[in-house]
Every structure is written in structure tokens, then in C-alpha cells.
Design a protein around this ligand. Structure first.
Ligand code: SF4
Ligand code: SF4
Length: 526
């Protein structure tokens, strides 16, 4: 709106200048006409000056006048009007009885713990090595793999892929040297090259001790600062989270079902109830750098968004402590006690897509997530329904392009933990991570990049985003999909893999700043 007003003012300025010009050029042979014209010129000149002043003022207030990171700071990236699409219930369905997800059922949870058993961060003797087999694994992993032997086989096979990936890297390291360096730089605050966590460097620090102590550790006030109202609390917290770097922010009451059962950071493995002070979640999203992201899987990285999310989470945790309330940040790559995408859905940031992740109106699936749990009373946001379910039923592009067939082609999602929702086959997904040409498994993200919702904000996508959710017939989504599939080329799923199976294809061409061959006198392979 500001920008339109600024344009109107500029038009007014030009009109004023024109009136002045015509007034001076006027040749009238009687004094009255000349006087009217002179008054007109004067009014025109004043309007022109006022127009210039107002146009300048409004242009200065337009977020586009900020340079650098401040577009995010003013929430300018969260431009979509969600209000017409707010619903009482999220679009995933709960089918009783629902339950919390066990830590060992989470692929990332399982893998991070088992890797720590194999390579303890303190350098002590490994608790488990592959030659010890299923029976040598500590609980609850032993019981989990006994129940799901095929998942143990998949884990062992994936370990073989990781070893092969490290061997293959020699062949590709010249071509992807810049991509690898950029990714390592983005991870440098929380990870050493090759994926080992910097325990002593991470921000925010890993919890140590019970949540009832750790989450309160930074509070210096006798009493929490009392907000004038939960509505104002919500407004302030969202504003501040944007200034910390978040593109999207939402607030919801925390559904305990989204908290892992079986592990609590700071306490360790074991059954526990969700801490009573985790009443609310402030959930935030940030995109990957777009051009490298479109060149997934090999030129992109998850770590650019991860490092931003860690900073946002750590700052927000501290801010809430400073106001006198408990807080805990849950941020990537694995500093979580809960599953964030459904929390973001509950808070109205978006809906779940076929690939199981969050799909937002502004960023599509280029939205990585973190959250802070607290008991600070806030007004909460309602979930939204922008028609993702229907679109995904027809689209299936992510499933067609997934190199490992990890995404379902079915028309309806399955039931997981009592909820009807999409879930990918994570063992298969990791197989691609461990196969593409990278120095170590650092993700794939092809399904995120190819999604028709994941687009930069040009006029075509802005128009589609406005019209499609308002069309009850589904004709708009069918037409958009037809155009997407008819006019845009995607590499074949297998082509994303390295030779001999594939061609090291990327969704889009990489940006020039990640092409090693442009900057260095070095031989690269295909
Ligand atoms: S990240 Fe890659 S392998 Fe995993 S589901 Fe997406 S496209 Fe498939
Ligand atoms: S690519 Fe298509 S099917 Fe997959 S999440 Fe996006 S819209 Fe849904």
C-alpha cells in the first residue's frame, strides 16, 4: 500500500510540475485569465512540493528502501494475508488414539544417537560398533530394530553408501570445491567439516540438566515482566523474532504429541512427561539462499538456513529469559526435543505437503524451521487452509523427481502416530543424501526445490498464490499444474545421482559464484 501511495504522490508531483509549466507558458490577453493561470501555477507548485515531500517520506518508510538484512527485520517477507484462510483445526486429521513419537522412531534421532554410540564426542570407548549387531545395541534401539529388522538392514546399507560417498568424493571434489567450502562455512559455528558437532562452540548451548532448571537459567528478574495483554505479548514477540532474522513467525499452544518421547536434552534417554512450562511455541522460518537452493542437490546446503535458525533461536531464548520467563530453543541440525513442522502448521505458517514438510504461501517449502517453548502467555494464531491437500493430490512432482523413491504417490496420506499425515520413507531419503556427490551426507532437498509452491516472489507466482486458494472449482490449480509440467523441464529422478547411475544433475544451473571452474585454474569432472 505504501508503495502505491508513493506512486500516487509522484504522479501528483508531476502534475504539479506540468501545471507550473503550462501556467508559465500561458498567453492570455486579458488580466483575469492571466491571474487565474498564475494562481493555478502557484497551487500546482505547492502541490508538487507537497507531493515530493510525501512521496519521499513514504518511499523512506517502504521496506524496499532498507538495504541489507532489514527486510526480514520488519517482517516484510511475511506478506501473505492469511486471515481469509484461518481455520479452527489444522488440515491434517487426528484419528484417535494419537501419541507422541518415540525418539528411536525419528530417523534423525536414531542416527544421531547411534553415531554418538559409535564415536562418543568425549573420545571414550564406543558403546556400539556394527560388528556387535542388533543384539549389541543399547535399548530402546535393540527392541526397535528387532521389531523392524528391515530398518536395521537399511541402516547398515546406508552406512555402506556413506563409506562409498567418501571414496567417490575424490572424483568430484574439484568441481564441487566451492559448494563444499560454502556449506562448511555455513556450518562452522556448530559443526566441524565432515559432520562432527562442535559441542564447545554451539549457540545456543546444549541443555545440561532438567528442563525445570535449564530453561530458567538465564532469568535475572524476581518476577516476570507483566504484559498489558497476551495480544500485545504476541505482537512484540513476533516483531522481535523478525528482528532476529526470521522471515515467518507464528505462535501456538504446544500440542504435547509433537514432543519426542524417550529423550530429553539435558537429561538423556528415558520416559518423561512434557515439561509443564512448555505451554506455548514461538515458531519461526527462514529460507535457504535461493540460487544455490535451486541448484540442489549438489550445490545447495541445509547449513545456511540452519545457522540462521540457531542464531534466531538463541537470541529469542535469551530475550524471553530477560523478560523473566523460561525458554528453550529447538533448532537444527539436531538440537530438538520436538518435531517442528506440525507446530508450524498449528501456528498457521502453512500446511503439510506430500513430502511431509511445511509448505508456506510465501516461501513454499524453502522454509526451514526452529521454535522456542515458553510459558509466556501470548495470543495464538489459528492454522490455515490454502488448499495444499488438493493441490498435492494432483501434483506429485516431488514424488516423481525424488532420486530414491522416498515420497508416496498415493492420493491420501497414511496414519502416523494417530494422525493422518504424509511421511516420507526416511531410510530411502538418507540413501540419496549418502549417494550424491558431496564430501559427506549433507542433504538433498530436491523435493523442496522442485515444488511449484517454492518460487521467488515475481508477479506470476504472486497472482497464482492469490487466485488458487480462492478457486473452489480446482480449475486454477489444474491449469497451473498443466503449465508447470508442460513448460518447465526437470531432470529425471536418477539423473541427480552421480555417474554411473546418474549425471550429477541439478534442478537449476548453479550460480556463478559456486562454479569452481570459473574462479580457479583447476580441472573439473562432470
Ligand atoms: S530430500 Fe531428496 S531423497 Fe529425500 S525425499 Fe526429498 S527428493 Fe527424496
Ligand atoms: S511438489 Fe507438488 S505434491 Fe509435492 S509437496 Fe509440492 S505441491 Fe505437493
Amino acid at each position: 500500500m505504501d508503495r502505491r501511495l508513493a506512486k500516487a504522490m509522484v504522479v501528483s508531483l508531476l502534475s504539479g510540475v506540468l501545471i507550473v509549466g503550462f501556467g508559465d507558458m500561458a498567453i492570455a490577453d486579458d488580466g483575469v485569465s492571466r491571474a487565474i493561470l498564475r494562481i493555478g501555477s502557484l497551487v500546482g507548485a505547492v502541490l508538487g512540493i507537497l507531493g515530493a515531500a510525501v512521496a519521499g517520506y513514504l518511499a523512506g518508510r517502504d521496506y524496499d528502501s532498507h538495504t541489507g538484512w532489514e527486510r526480514a527485520a520488519y517482517g516484510a517477507g511475511m506478506f501473505y494475508n492469511r486471515e481469509p484462510f484461518r481455520k479452527e483445526r489444522p488440515t491434517y486429521e487426528a484419528e484417535a488414539p494419537t501419541r507422541r513419537i518415540d525418539w528411536e522412531e525419528s530417523f534423525i534421532g536414531r542416527m544421531t544417537t547411534i553415531i554418538e554410540y559409535m564415536k562418543p564426542p568425549d573420545g571414550s570407548t564406543p558403546k556400539w560398533t556394527p560388528d556387535m549387531g542388533v543384539d549389541g545395541l543399547p535399548e530402546p534401539f535393540k527392541s526397535f530394530f528387532r521389531k523392524h529388522p528391515e530398518r536395521y538392514d537399511a541402516m547398515m546399507e546406508n552406512m555402506g553408501h556413506v563409506m562409498q560417498q567418501i571414496v567417490n568424493w575424490d572424483q568430484f571434489k574439484a568441481r564441487f570445491a566451492l559448494a563444499d567450502a560454502w556449506s562448511a562455512s555455513m556450518a562452522s559455528s556448530f559443526e566441524e567439516p565432515l559432520g562432527k558437532t562442535h559441542r564447545d562452540r554451539v549457540f545456543p548451548p546444549d541443555p545440561a540438566g532438567p528442563a525445570e532448571e535449564w530453561d530458567f537459567r538465564g532469568i535475572r528478574r524476581e518476577e516476570p515482566l507483566p504484559f498489558r495483554s497476551p495480544k500485545l505479548a504476541s505482537e512484540l514477540l513476533k516483531k522481535v523474532t523478525h528482528t532476529f532474522g526470521a522471515t515467518l513467525v507464528g505462535i501456538t499452544r504446544l500440542n504435547p504429541d509433537w514432543c519426542f518421547q524417550g529423550l530429553l536434552r539435558g537429561v538423556g534417554m528415558g520416559r518423561y512427561t512434557v515439561p509443564a512450562h512448555w505451554e506455548y511455541a514461538i515458531v519461526f522460518a527462514t529460507p535457504h539462499e535461493w540460487d544455490s537452493f535451486y541448484a540442489n542437490p549438489t550445490y545447495g546446503t541445509s547449513y545456511d538456513a540452519y545457522s540462521t535458525l540457531r542464531i534466531i533461536g538463541g537470541r529469542l531464548e535469551t530475550f524471553v529469559h530477560e523478560l523473566g520467563y523460561p525458554a528453550r530453543a529447538h533448532v537444527p541440525p539436531s538440537s530438538y526435543d520436538l518435531v517442528v513442522p506440525p507446530i508450524a502448521i498449528d501456528a498457521g505458517l502453512g500446511e503439510q505437503g506430500r513430502k511431509g514438510l511445511l509448505l508456506t504461501p510465501e516461501l513454499g517449502s524453502n522454509a526451514r524451521l526452529g521454535c522456542v517453548t515458553t510459558n509466556l502467555p501470548m495470543e495464538v494464531d489459528k492454522p490455515i487452509d490454502i488448499g495444499v491437500k488438493d493441490f498435492c493430490r494432483k501434483c506429485k512432482i516431488c514424488a516423481e523427481r525424488c532420486p530414491s523413491g522416498a515420497i508416496s504417490f498415493k492420493d491420501e496420506p497414511g496414519v502416523e502416530f494417530g494422525y493422518r499425515r504424509w511421511r516420507i520413507k526416511d531410510d530411502l531419503c538418507f540413501r540419496t543424501w549418502a549417494s550424491v556427490a558431496q564430501s559427506h551426507p549433507r542433504g538433498c532437498r530436491v523435493c523442496l526445490a522442485v515444488c511449484p509452491y517454492t518460487r521467488k516472489n515475481n508477479w506470476i507466482h504472486a497472482t497464482s498464490r492469490y487466485i488458487d486458494p480462492r478457486d473452489p472449482t480446482g480449475i486454477v490449480s489444474s491449469s497451473l499444474l498443466w503449465m508447470q509440467k508442460a513448460f518447465f523441464q526437470y531432470p529425471k529422478a536418477r539423473d541427480f545421482l552421480p555417474p554411473p547411475l546418474g549425471k550429477n544433475a541439478t534442478y537449476h544451473a548453479p550460480p556463478d559464484w559456486l562454479r569452481t571452474e570459473k574462479w580457479f585454474d583447476i580441472e573439473t569432472t562432470e
